[in-house]
Design a protein around this ligand. Structure first.
Ligand code: F6P
Length: 545
């Protein structure tokens, strides 16, 4: 069989980048800006309502040329086309990867195995819109005839993080007549706390699971059913209080949810790429069908940009290639994502699954070692909270931590003075990280010699600044698509498959074995190691007291 990927580290562009890195690694951002006064304007891009300033990265124009060469040599453009045209690029699962078809306009054609999938996408969107409209207007009644006042999405991973993030991000656009909750953890505390103050007569559960087999989701769905029936005392109530979102109608029916109340999607939508599929039903109920369409339009605008812009002017390509520059050449193990908008406080958690479940792999499509570090760890908190917590380490610690700052020119809650303060902070942080404060500057301010090293900021800490006028549904869609495609670019360069997640399987398998051992009075299986056996015995002893 032909190899799908040539070894990354033997490619011409990679070797050129290695030589180039050796030449410029010591260059300081102070020098780069001093040598090019236009840099702050030149190293920027605009697309789909987003503005990216990548000037405060440790790169020269030559670095960017070489990174673009790397993308070309690794065939990223061909992979992009393969994705958009429905080829089965998820080779380990034999699936197409078509989240971009979820936002294709009505009338477009995207084929999988010779069948256009776009009509089915819009059929589901239309059904979702009708249902969301009925719930929002109160036309959809609970079993006792009362309107819905709380929507609880039960799901985990991509069936939770996406809608939970978007519902929070677009809260300013959401109805305030309905409460939105998200239950994901198999820890019963999650379900109990989420439903403690809810009335079963006015609560709608959306059971969201691509596979409809996920242990956590099924356990929570069963508990929700029991909670509902304890109060409503009639099986017929389930049809008014439960809907399902899944790719598997048979399993939905087997669980006891009428498939008339099911919203489908397809195996070519990965869990972490599904927030704009029927998995977004809770979002659509929250913000309404029109705002949801605006969200899809934002995704689509970024999709079109990604598919058509040349590498050098392509925002997801630039973001992805810069990520590779830091992960593989500077060997920076993490990236901080720092949204200066409180509505985006779940965005880092959402990105963690999108990025780390996608590119947290070490072997290529051919099963060979990649030969270079792959995805860094993503983490973050909204500004300005992070500034009073971990920014100390980003400024003066021993790790290089590239940062993505995200901010909006206008606030959705313009309270006197707050927004200018918020924005002054994001700009100040990016400036301080890049340029620092030299020991000479600290000394000139009159610091005692003993304090000078402590008060010196080395600078040369890279960041991107992503700006938009305001956080709207369309801007959010573009922002999510930007990161989706950034992940794609990186996966293509590394030659890995960003669309499977075999790494979650072993833990699931072992937990299935441990569960009966914890519950049973018998000795744990000898097959476990000594530590696991001892922990099982200890937990059983403690639980028995
Ligand atoms: O963690 C593994 C995973 O399969 C994720 O990829 C997925 O988003 C999540 O579990 C939930 O899966 P499902 O939607 O099938 O319940």
């Amino acid at each position: 069989m032909d190899k799908r990927t040539a070894p990354l580290t033997e490619s011409k562009a990679w070797k050129a980048l290695q030589d180039h890195f050796a030449e410029i690694r010591g260059l300081h951002l102070r020098e780069l800006f001093a040598g090019d006064p236009a840099r702050g304007e030149a190293f920027t891009l605009e697309a789909a309502g987003l503005f990216l300033d990548y000037s405060k990265n440790r790169v020269t124009a030559r670095t960017l040329e070489l990174l673009a060469d790397l993308a070309r040599e690794r065939g990223v453009g061909d992979r992009v086309e393969a994705m958009f045209t429905g080829r089965r690029i998820n080779v380990t699962e034999g699936r197409a990867v078509l989240h971009t078809a979820l936002r294709a306009p009505r009338g477009a054609s995207v084929e999988v195995d010779g069948r256009n999938v776009v009509p089915a996408v819009h059929e589901v969107l239309d059904r979702m819109a009708a249902f969301a409209g009925a719930v929002r207007s109160g036309e959809w009644k609970g079993f006792t005839g009362m309107p819905i006042r709380a929507v609880v999405n039960i799901g985990i991973g991509g069936s939770d993080l996406g809608p939970a993030m978007v519902c929070e991000a677009l809260r300013a656009y959401a109805t305030r007549d309905i409460e939105f909750r998200f239950v994901s953890n198999v820890d019963a505390t999650d379900f109990c706390e989420a439903t403690r103050d809810l009335d079963p007569r006015t609560t709608l559960f959306i059971v969201s699971s691509k596979t409809f087999t996920t242990q956590e989701t099924m356990a929570n769905a069963r508990s929700a059913r029991a909670w509902c029936l304890r109060a409503l005392e009639d099986e017929a109530a389930v049809a008014r209080h439960f809907v399902a979102v899944s790719t598997d109608a048979a399993k939905v029916a087997a669980f006891g949810i009428d498939t008339a109340n099911m919203f489908g999607f397809w195996d070519w939508v990965g869990g972490r790429y599904s927030l704009d599929s029927a998995i977004g039903l809770s979002t659509m109920i929250a913000v309404g069908p029109d705002r949801f369409r605006e969200l899809l339009e934002g995704f689509r605008a970024m999709d079109e940009h990604f598919r058509t812009a040349p590498v050098e002017r392509n925002m997801p390509m630039i973001l992805g290639l810069l990520g590779i520059w830091y992960a593989d050449f500077f060997e920076a193990p993490t990236v901080a994502v720092l949204p200066y908008d409180h509505y985006l406080r779940r965005f880092p958690a959402y990105l963690q699954q999108l990025i780390m479940e996608s590119n947290g792999k070490s072997v290529t499509l051919d099963g060979e070692a990649v030969g270079a570090p792959t995805s860094p760890v993503y983490w973050g908190e909204p500004g300005t909270n992070g500034q009073h917590s971990f920014y100390q380490l980003i400024h003066q610690g021993s790790h290089l931590i590239p940062c993505d700052f995200i901010a909006f020119a206008r606030s959705l809650n313009p309270l006197d003075g707050h927004h200018a303060m918020l924005l002054s902070n994001v700009l100040a942080q990016a400036e301080a990280l890049a340029f620092g404060k030299t020991s000479a500057e600290v000394a000139a301010e009159g610091a005692s010699p003993a304090l000078v090293p402590h008060r010196t900021f080395p600078g040369n800490r890279p960041s991107n600044v992503i700006l938009a006028e305001r956080l709207t549904p369309a801007v959010l869609g573009a922002l999510v698509a930007l990161y989706e495609h950034m992940v794609f670019v990186q996966g293509a360069v590394w030659g890995i498959n960003p669309f499977d997640q075999w790494g979650v399987e072993l833990g699931k398998e072992l937990s299935r074995r441990i569960l009966p051992e914890l519950e049973a009075g018998t000795e744990p299986a000898l097959a476990h190691d000594g530590s696991t056996n001892a922990l099982i015995r200890r937990l059983r002893r403690l639980a028995a007291h």
